[in-house]
Design a protein around this ligand. Sequence first.
Ligand SMILES: [Zn+2]
Ligand SMILES: [Zn+2]
Length: 154
Amino acid sequence: MGSLEDKKSFMKEFIERKPNRCSKCKGRLKYIGGGHYKCYDCDNEELDDFGKIKDYIDEHGASPAVVISDQTGVPVDLINGMLHEGRLEIPEGSSIYIECESCGCSIRYGRFCPDCIRARTNNLNGIFFNPDVGEKPKNFERKQEGKMHFMNRW
Ligand SMILES: [Zn+2]
Ligand SMILES: [Zn+2]
């Protein structure tokens, strides 16, 4: 899967792009959770890429990665990286999800659905320790799939 290299470059890029100084007064920032940082000096809030995307999805719902990238300025690679790592989850009830890389069904985060991981590892416990496993959305209606758009396919 080559995922170790992918993960390393994803983390490197994510960390490099993190805000470390206030954009208004150049003051130091304190992490306050959810990808938000607050300036010690002027109370200005800064967002890292995770915060930008999370806020966007909270406000507008899940959208194709290209659209989110367009709106937030976060590169598509990083959006997909965060979804694959499970840092970012697509909320239940969205009309858009990401695609299991093996069977193509809908998952909210990760790279593979639990069924595919189970088939691969042939071991029920395997799925709990596999960082690539995602979660299928609940109450997802299969008949919607004709008009479904996947976040990681465009
Ligand atoms: Zn400041
Ligand atoms: Zn699958």
